[in-house]
Design a protein around this ligand. Structure first.
Ligand SMILES: C[S@@+](CC[C@H](N)C(=O)[O-])C[C@H]1O[C@@H](n2cnc3c(N)ncnc32)[C@H](O)[C@@H]1O
Length: 428
């Protein structure tokens, strides 16, 4: 394939914002409706955005795919719209959350299990000290670790697996708030003062999350079509693993996804508490290099189809050779992802990619332009690019000027992320 220059008629940054796609009238409560409240996740979709893309670009019974499903927003919204949901994520925590969010459970089984969990915890001792694994010792004091460890050993006894996943999901959700992890930070930052003025009570936090999820489970049962509930494994095909391993036999009509950004989040770090506590529950724990966008990842030195992508990597060379390599690797990963998407889609199928442009060390990372060049070289055609405002309450909008990682907005004034783009392309 040859190298492409963008065929976009004008830079996307000059596009007019389409307000109806910004959803800035929605509160956090609105975006956490139904089972979307089960677990926090960085860069989570506004479910209403995924839903609108699904309704406008696919039909009942179509396969809708998200190869980076994260907390499963697209997967849940697809089955709510009577589509077949297909997807994968390399992060086992993402898989656990997605399975919990999309599995309606018998309410009486939840309440019975909750009661016996209560009872067993009361009657078992958490006084005995257990060795805190090295990766957790920074985050928990001995007493909190004992309580959590005791709770987890009770959850381990829950059967069947789908019921256990529900209780595990609540456990994973409360780990950060029960630890010294700085609540406002998407990086592993310690807040030593966190429990100076208040008591750390992980058990009441846990059961209050379970109570909330119990109510939402009932709502899920009332909202999902009975046909989907009866044939859940057919309608919800959520895999765990690298997107390149996603089966392509049944072709999708639509892909709705938000890929990772380059060196923005280290997903392995962000979920380190859950991954350490729950490691026995997962077959494989991926290392940082398995996550696209990670600075630890090195992709093959393939030919990049995007002229702009090459220029961006070259511009970074003078400030950091390794950063230039990471950015180049990221674009190659995205190129491989777009090739895979082409295989996954039916002829005339559509892909909606939600992405923003950013900046690193003063160099503009024009993801939209690079993606457009790659997509058109592969054989996609542009349908529409929508510019939307990101409501500040939903996503961090600032990057650390040195590292380029997302940080909370009170630590820097380097705003780089107030808009994003929905790139809708067709396979002809
Ligand atoms: C921006 S998040 C997706 C968030 C999602 N839209 C949601 O609503 O929660 C990007 C996801 O890509 C996943 N990811 C990174 N590298 C991957 C790979 N090689 N294969 C599959 N998923 C990957 C990360 O684990 C992360 O969950």
């Amino acid at each position: 394939m040859s190298i492409s220059r963008s065929r976009l008629s004008e830079p996307v940054t000059k596009f007019k914002v389409e307000n109806s796609w910004s959803f800035d009238n929605l509160t956090q409560k609105d975006t956490n409706y139904l089972t979307h409240c089960y677990h926090r996740y960085p860069a989570k979709f506004i479910p209403q955005l995924a839903r609108r893309l699904i309704i406008e670009n696919s039909l009942d019974g179509d396969i809708v795919c998200d190869p980076f499903y994260g907390s499963g927003s697209t997967i849940l919204e697809s089955i709510l719209q009577n589509r077949i949901a297909l997807g994968t994520d390399v992060n086992p925590i993402a898989h656990m959350i997605t399975m919990a969010k999309t599995t309606p459970l018998d309410p009486s089984k939840i309440s019975k299990t909750k009661l016996s969990l209560h009872h067993n915890i009361k009657n078992s001792s958490s006084e005995e000290n257990h060795d805190i694994p090295k990766e957790l010792s920074k985050w928990f004091d001995q007493e909190t670790y004992n309580i959590l460890n005791n709770l987890l050993s009770q959850i381990k006894l829950i059967k069947p697996r789908k019921l256990q996943i529900f209780f595990l999901c609540a456990f994973s959700h409360i780990l950060k708030t029960s630890s010294y992890w700085n609540n406002g930070s998407v990086k592993p930052h310690k807040d030593k003062t966190k429990f100076l003025n208040r008591v750390n009570d992980p058990l009441s936090r846990y059961f209050s999350q379970v109570n909330k999820m119990e109510i939402r489970n009932k709502q899920l049962i009332d909202t999902l079509s009975p046909k989907i509930i009866k044939n859940l494994d057919f309608y919800r095909r959520a895999f765990v693993g690298d997107l390149q391993n996603l089966p392509t036999i049944d072709k999708s009509s639509l892909i709705v996804t938000s890929p990772p950004y380059v060196i923005s989040y280290e997903y392995r770090d962000i979920h380190s508490l859950s991954l350490s506590f729950l490691e026995d529950f997962f077959k494989d724990i991926p290392s940082k290099k398995h996550f696209i966008g990670s600075s630890h990842r090195k992709s093959d030195d393939k030919n990049l189809y995007s002229h702009t992508g090459g220029l961006i990597a070259d511009s970074l060379l003078s400030s950091s050779k390794s950063l230039s390599k990471t950015v180049h690797s990221y674009f190659i990963d995205m190129q491989n992802f777009f090739h895979k998407s082409y295989d996954l889609l039916k002829t005339n199928g559509k892909m909606a990619v939600v992405i923003g442009n950013t900046a690193l060390r003063g160099v503009d990372i024009s993801n939209t332009q690079v993606f457009d060049e790659i997509l058109t070289t592969i054989g996609f055609t542009e349908d529409k690019i929508i510019k939307r405002k990101i409501p500040f309450k939903c996503l961090p909008t600032t990057r650390d000027p040195k590292t380029g990682r997302f940080v909370s907005s009170n630590t820097t004034h380097n705003k780089s992320y107030s808009h994003e783009y929905i790139m809708i392309y067709s396979k002809n």
